[in-house]
Design a protein around this ligand. Structure first.
Ligand code: GLN
Length: 487
């Protein structure tokens, strides 16, 4: 067995018992990158030399008997919208093609202080806007399960790299589903944490009231390990909160009495029959193990997509105003005055989807339409949050499909934005209500493509999500194996 095939927690244990070294593990990952990256195209930048130097340093610390974090020496990849000091951070946009941040995001500082070995920066939809990773200015990442399919988005590179064994763990960001949806399409585990539980400082903002950074892994325990390493209060992010758990676990063996709610709106029209079947079968397994399942209703779900695209675009139009050719990134070559420079820079620097969101956001915030769209969407946000609160009085967790379908073909939806937006139907409500949710693989469809089950919890119940997800995972064969990529 190659080292890159281990789960991150298995590797962590081997490193601790000196059964292998961080340098060996890092080399194994880079050999794998060499082998399959030409096909998968998950990385925008690879930091091999720095990674090997860091791995060597970790091995030396261990040899001296220093107490190290469980993630010390474990190779981790980072989505390219998370600022990494001295390492290109492009958000997969021409606008930031040359941007090298002078500082680290808080999550990076946290991971560095725990001796992470960073393998590089991972591909994504431009500024995290998209559901297929096809909006990247630089390249199109492929789904390792079927190279003619998308990996999902926007954190497609982060999910594909983990699934293909090109890294043990990765970080993504989730504004409307960008961690859970690619996790589902690539057959791995992904967590969107409670809003406020992970610092957003140094995450390039898309929609600040919805964005959260979160982990990907090939098993629930890996995701719990990385989440433990990044969560908590940060002075630089006023919305972040103290984490009460010293370390999250993923070894639950008893779910008797667990109350599961199944919202009927997530199993209706628009959800693929095979996806429904796989998720329903997974729920039956949990029921057999002693969980109590009941049907519930979240009636506002029907309007969730509209509200999400109004709120997220409004915030994006404001957040992206800073890219003006003056402070950083791309600037047009020739211009006639300041306004012309702004216009040309932004026209040339942003891709179509980003421009669409900026226009939509500016429109819904404009004085004539503010009440009709933005204000209504904010009222809706309150309503959906209350509906979830009410639902959690009668159940401990809510289960839905993560996505209405499985990975679709590259090119299939790019020319139809509304179709693309519809892929987020099962995930956006969670962001709107600020809740945590995890996506775990629950079988495959008839084309051999993975199906994801979404487990949603009340705020700050990540431990419960890990419990249920790990219980289900153990019941169904344990961690996901690295996907065989035809080369
Ligand atoms: N697909 C959604 C969008 O395009 C979600 C993106 C995200 O979570 N970053 O907005």
């Amino acid at each position: 067995m190659n080292l890159y095939e281990l789960t991150a927690t298995e590797l962590s244990k081997k490193l601790a018992s000196k059964d292998c070294s961080a340098v060996e593990a890092t080399k194994s990952v880079f050999d794998r990158i060499e082998e399959v990256e030409g096909k998968v195209e998950a990385y925008l930048a690879v930091t091999k030399e720095e990674a090997l130097n860091k791995a060597k340093e970790v091995d030396e610390k261990r040899a001296k008997g220093e107490a190290l974090s469980p993630i010390a020496g474990v190779p981790i990849g980072i989505k390219d919208n998370i600022c990494t000091k001295g390492v290109l951070t492009t958000c997969a946009s021409k606008m930031l093609y040359s941007f090298v941040p002078p500082y680290n995001a808080t999550v990076i500082d946290k991971l560095c202080s725990q001796d992470m070995v960073m393998t590089g920066k991972l591909n994504m939809d431009e500024f995290a806007m998209g559901s297929s990773c096809e909006n990247s200015y630089f390249k199109k990442t492929k789904n390792p399960h079927n190279l003619s399919c998308v990996p999902g988005g926007s954190s497609g590179g982060s999910a594909a790299a983990v699934a293909a064994g090109e890294v043990f763990l990765s970080l993504g960001s989730d504004t409307g589903g960008s961690i859970r949806m690619p996790a589902s399409y690539c057959g791995i585990v992904g967590l969107k944490p409670t809003y406020g539980s992970v610092s957003r400082y140094g995450l390039v903002a898309f929609a600040s009231s919805l964005d959260q950074i979160g982990p990907f892994g090939r098993c629930v325990e890996d995701v719990a390990m990385l989440y433990s390493a990044i969560c908590g209060r940060d002075e630089n992010d006023a919305t972040s909160v103290i984490c009460k758990y010293p370390r999250f676990t993923a070894n639950c063996t008893d779910i008797r009495g667990l109350r599961i709610g199944l919202p009927k709106e997530y199993f209706g029209e628009g959800v693929d029959a095979e996806v429904k079947k796989a998720v329903t079968a997974a729920v039956s397994e949990l029921e057999k193990a002693g969980a109590v399942v009941k049907q519930i209703s979240l009636p506002s779900t029907d309007n969730a997509l509209s509200a999400y695209y109004i709120i997220s675009s409004a915030e994006a139009s404001s957040n992206l105003a800073r890219f003006d050719g003056v402070k950083y990134g791309y600037r047009t070559e020739s211009f006639d005055g300041l306004i012309d420079m702004y216009e040309k820079t932004r026209s040339e620097g942003f891709g179509d989807e980003v421009k669409r969101r900026i226009m939509l956001g500016t429109f819904v915030l404009s004085s004539g339409y503010y009440d009709a769209y933005y204000k209504k969407a904010k009222l809706f946000q309150k309503r959906i949050s209350l509906e979830f609160e009410e639902a959690f009085k009668g159940c401990d967790i809510i289960i839905t499909p993560t996505a209405p379908d499985t990975a679709f073909k590259l090119g299939e939806k790019v020319s139809d934005p509304v179709k693309m937006y519809a892929s987020d139907i099962c995930t956006v409500t969670v962001n709107i209500a600020g809740l945590p949710a995890i996506s775990v693989p629950c079988g495959k469809d008839s084309k051999g493509l993975p199906v994801g089950m979404q487990i949603i919890g009340a705020k700050f119940t990540e431990q419960k999500l890990f419990d249920v997800a790990s219980f289900y995972e153990a019941l169904t064969g344990g961690p996901q194996k690295v996907v065989h990529v035809p080369v």
